[in-house]
Design a protein around this ligand. Structure first.
Ligand SMILES: [Zn+2]
Ligand SMILES: [Zn+2]
Length: 81
């Protein structure tokens, strides 16, 4: 599994959920959250939903920035097999 954005195979094109403007890719979310634990501890819902570790294996979270809203948010990129 590889992320086409991290490997320069595709341009990340994510629209801002607030204003629908094209956002800028700031890089991988894990680079932003490095000081923190990569996933949350298991809770009661963990058995009902896909776990964070499983999700991380198939998606790559990128941090994007909207210049208009001056807001930063995360976008999940589907990895290529
Ligand atoms: Zn990536
Ligand atoms: Zn915006």
């Amino acid at each position: 599994m590889l992320c086409p954005i991290c490997n320069g195979l595709e341009q990340l094109s994510v629209q801002c959920p607030s204003c629908a403007m094209q956002t800028d890719d700031l890089g991988r979310a894990v680079d932003f959250t490095a000081p923190y634990a990569p996933y949350q501890p298991d809770d009661d819902e963990a058995t009902m939903t896909i776990s964070g570790a499983e999700l991380a294996a198939i998606t790559c979270n990128h941090v994007v920035y909207c210049r208009l809203c001056q807001a930063v948010f995360e976008a999940s990129v589907q990895k290529w097999p």
